[in-house]
Design a protein around this ligand. Structure first.
Ligand SMILES: [Zn+2]
Length: 315
């Protein structure tokens, strides 16, 4: 391989590590549990060992850099993870410097959703596009914006937190403390929370049964909706409407050529995305809407890995 990068995608559940070249070929793919409960040092040591194993396996020299996608908010310039809701104990962690010490390699760090946007832009559904809005629908609602070929991340590298844009000033409380963020409707935790509240009423037999059998998560709500439970279907539809309103805002602000939707929650498909598309058409200014293409992610669960490689290969 000519020009390669080692790519790491750190999440609350798993750490993934790949070797990817500038043509998008994946030569190595490893995954381990993050085991975040073991603490910050243990997670960082595990990542360093995975990087070393990838380098040994692919006989990669010490001059090859590593791109790391990590949960944020983080400071990409100083290489510090400020905190991470899904990594307990992570508070102002100098992840870049720690990994550079352990591996002897140059480390480039980026916020996971911003990095995913780069992945779609360089290797995925948005190749050849100059202006992209990417949204990642997972446990949270992440986003990244590329304008005229450049990632927009603001003065401190903390933008673009698209999930915490308001779609209802009198809406439900979000994890960020504000009211009516799109994430408080259209995210894994929000759909689960609405489902759990519904399970305690007599309006959803399917979710009451799911609660009795275990935990009500977003998947349970989506399954109940698919099986014809009207109250569960209303939660998914509301999430889709909120998503569409947010996408309409993003179109009006950024005038993108393309919107790419990624993340596990997007697997719900039509019941979520159809109301979103209808609302987008209603809320976006029509002059800008005409040129916008709405697409699903092409890279799936590897979007973050490709983006991490892009941090190195496309800098
Ligand atoms: Zn919020």
């Amino acid at each position: 391989m000519s020009n390669v990068a080692i790519a790491v995608d750190l999440g609350g559940t798993n750490v993934r590590c790949s070797v990817i070249d500038d043509a998008g070929r994946v030569a190595f793919d490893a995954r381990q549990s993050s085991d975040a409960a073991e603490g910050v040092d243990a997670v960082i040591s595990r990542i360093a060992r995975m990087i070393d194993a990838a380098a040994t396996d692919q006989q990669i020299g010490a001059s090859v850099a590593v791109g790391v996608a990590a949960p944020g908010p983080l400071d990409p310039q100083r290489g510090i993870v400020r905190y991470a809701p899904n990594l307990p104990g992570w508070d102002e962690v100098p992840l870049r410097d720690r990994l550079e010490e352990l591996t002897g390699r140059e480390i480039l760090l980026g916020n996971d959703a911003n990095v995913q946007a780069l992945g779609e832009f360089h290797f995925g559904a948005a190749q050849g596009v100059r202006d992209l809005v990417y949204v990642a629908l997972g446990t949270g609602f992440g986003g990244g914006v590329i304008s005229d070929g450049k990632l927009i991340d603001g003065a401190g590298g903390l933008g673009a937190e698209l999930g915490h844009t308001t779609v209802n000033i009198a809406g439900p409380r979000c994890t960020c403390g504000a009211l009516g963020c799109v994430e408080a409707y259209c995210s894994g935790w929000a759909i689960a929370r609405h489902g759990q509240m519904l399970a305690g009423t007599d309006r959803s037999p399917a979710l009451a049964a799911a609660a009795a059998a275990g935990e009500v998560d977003a998947r349970a709500v989506a399954d109940a909706a698919e099986d014809g439970d009207a109250a569960a279907a209303a939660i998914i539809q509301q999430a889709g409407l909120a998503l569409g309103a947010a996408l309409g805002n993003f179109v009006n602000i950024f005038n993108p050529q393309m919107i790419v939707i990624g993340g596990g929650l997007a697997e719900i498909g039509t019941p979520l995305l159809e109301p979103a598309e209808a609302t987008l058409k209603q809320f976006a200014l029509h002059d800008m809407l005409d040129g916008v293409e709405l697409r699903r992610s092409r890279l799936g669960t590897r979007t973050g890995l490709f983006g991490a490689a892009a941090l190195v290969l496309k800098r």
